[in-house]
Design a protein around this ligand. Sequence first.
Ligand code: GTP
Ligand code: MG
Length: 171
Amino acid sequence: GLKKKEVNILCLGLDNSGKTTIINQLKPSNTQAQEIVPTIGFNIEKFKSSSLSFTVFDMSGQSRYRSLWEHYYKESHAIIFVIDSSDKLRMVVAKEELDTLLNHEDIQDRKMPVLFFANKMDLRDALSSVKVSQKLCLENIKDKPWHICASNAIKGEGLQEGLDWLQDQIA
Ligand code: GTP
Ligand code: MG
């Protein structure tokens, strides 16, 4: 058959936002981890969709590891940025990290798609995806296609919608 197009995805966001849980859900069930632990440094995960072969760099969101992120910007074709919608106190920190990312010389002026997951939508005090996008000022992103999905990574809800959007952008 035809060889699937290879794409590198960079998965970013603050620690505890749910990045590893999301990536784990996107993998085939026989390769899924039973237990998710905080990421040290980063993990590389691979999975396929109908048309694409994904390599995901699942980065640690802990502040001491965030300096690693920029080393992977150049080789990435798309970004998944995960937000804990219930973490109102750190929404401003998430915005700061997003702004730093978008202003980086290896990201600026590139049309790479950015998929946002407003994750943990199951929690009672979670903000809606509209509210999260307002807090992060996503409407100011003019040079890249972007999309935000509410998600519950534990149940896997909202993830496929996001991945479908990403595939359409890349295909
Ligand atoms: P770092 O690797 O430290 O950057 O964190 P991470 O973004 O990879 O978060 P991780 O996937 O390790 O999840 C952190 C915690 O949030 C875990 O206890 C998950 O079970 C939990 N979690 C992830 N997604 C959801 C969700 O949608 N809802 C709820 N209620 N909990 C979630
Ligand atoms: Mg992780």
